[in-house]
Ligand binder design. Structure first.
Ligand code: URA
Length: 429
């Protein structure tokens, strides 16, 4: 095969054959196709797109580049969730133990945060003793014992994606729907789940800023999953405002525990229950019927919380230990009275990042206690002089730039007008 011919074919808007795709992904992973050639191909795909058959094959080729986990011998069906990432998105934390408490097994491979969105592993690592790195045997052991496991993806899963993602990151080719879909789905298929629910975020704090592109990404990923024998469903959910009131690692763990204890913010509860029902249904279980507990009931009756404690202990964590707290706090007051009409998720994520909750480079450490507490969310009333948000950081010097990030993030309407948008915008099956 000739890589230049493949680049030319896509550059000119042609369809790549299965043989060309298999060859180019394999040769690139082995180092036989040069970085500059793969950059050119990634840009050609970015500009010309790929059809359903091409994206499916591209995903399969990346999947075939590494290991594939197999949980087929478990005594219950497996089901997982993937979120495209948002601000305050701690949903995996209450969701995994809730679905486990309702009778499915959740093998969840998660990542660390980079940029303005947080990573599930960073959040969980704020729990004293909790360990993200497990061998495949340990992962299976935890899953069998507790019904859930959340851990770091090993380097053996979809190594072609690891290499290609790093290349896309420096060549302006990340924001391509077929390349994003193949990247996410190659990792999710490698994880060996039988069913998958995708939470595709839309809005200022999300990768996809408009519903049209989010819907297209969701459709592409749902088709790849179903074409490969994994029952896949997507929910399009709102990410104009952050989820919940806490943004930052330990702050979000504390909020997740509130939800698991039957309380917590309404939006976090609503999304946890909606995704849990979809995950159970995709796994062939009927929530609230045939002896399967409904997720809302599991949150109310303490079984989801007990499941969380089992999960955390199984990975070395102490679920009852105090969580890290930032050394410094600064509360900013509302400048005017009225109803909060808007709260920009991206700006809140940026502020949390500047406070130390996120990292600029992969190798940076995060501050577990850093973040933002939101005292008012869209639809709520505030009085001038009441607390609007609190910043948490280990060094006071971080407050000024974080507060700048939040300038103009809140819209406050003195006449009290606010039109609530639905949290779940659409469902794609
Ligand atoms: N997340 C991924 O895993 N891959 C992408 O391409 C984009 C987001």
């Amino acid at each position: 095969m000739d890589v230049i011919e493949i680049i030319r074919a896509k550059r000119d808007g042609g369809e790549l054959t299965p043989g060309q795709i298999d060859w180019v992904i394999d040769a690139y992973t082995r180092g036989a196709v040069a970085e500059e050639q793969m950059s050119a191909l990634a840009m050609a795909v970015f500009l010309r797109g790929m059809n359903r058959a091409e994206v499916g094959r591209w995903t399969e080729a990346m999947l075939a580049s590494g290991d594939r986990l197999d949980f087929s011998g478990l005594d219950r069906p497996t089901t997982d969730k993937h979120s495209t990432g948002g601000v305050g998105d701690k949903i995996t934390l209450p969701l995994t133990p809730t679905v486990a408490a309702c009778g499915a097994a959740v093998p969840q491979l998660s990542g660390r945060g980079l940029g303005h969105t947080g990573g599930t592993l960073d959040k969980l690592e704020s729990i004293p003793g909790w360990r993200a790195s497990l061998t495949a045997e340990e992962m299976r052991g935890v899953l069998e014992a507790t019904g859930g496991v959340i851990c770091a993806a090993g380097t053996g899963l979809a190594p072609a994606d690891r290499k290609l993602y790093a290349l896309r990151d420096v060549t302006g080719t990340v924001e391509s729907i077929p390349l994003i879909a193949a990247s996410i789905m190659s990792k999710k298929l490698a994880e060996g789940t039988g069913a998958l629910v995708l939470d595709v975020k839309v809005g200022s704090g999300a990768f996809m800023k408009d519903a049209g592109s989010a819907r297209e990404l969701a459709r592409t990923m749902v088709d790849i999953g179903n074409d490969h024998g994994v029952r896949t469903v997507a929910l399009l959910t709102d990410m104009e405002a952050p989820l919940g009131r806490q943004v930052g690692n330990a702050l979000e763990v504390a909020e997740a525990v509130e939800v698991l204890s039957g309380g917590g913010p309404a939006d976090v509860v609503e999304l946890t229950v909606a995704l849990a029902r979809e995950m159970l249904a995709a796994a062939g279980l009927t929530p609230g019927g045939n002896g399967v507990k409904d997720p809302a009931e599991a949150l109310r009756d303490g079984s989801a919380l007990a499941s969380w404690k089992r999960l955390i202990r199984a990975q070395g964590g102490d679920p009852d230990a105090p969580l890290p707290v930032a050394a410094e706090r600064r509360t900013v007051l509302a400048p005017a009275s009225g109803t909060v009409t808007r709260l920009d998720a991206y700006q809140v994520g940026l502020a949390a990042w500047r406070l130390g909750a996120g990292r600029a480079r992969k190798e940076d450490a995060v501050s577990f206690g850093a973040g933002v507490t939101l005292h008012a969310k869209p639809g709520e009333r505030v009085q001038a002089g009441e607390p609007l948000f609190t910043l948490h950081a280990d060094e006071e010097a971080r407050f000024e730039r974080a507060a700048q990030a939040l300038e103009g993030a809140f819209g406050i309407d003195q006449d009290g007008r606010h039109e609530a948008a639905p949290l779940v915008i659409d469902r794609i099956a």
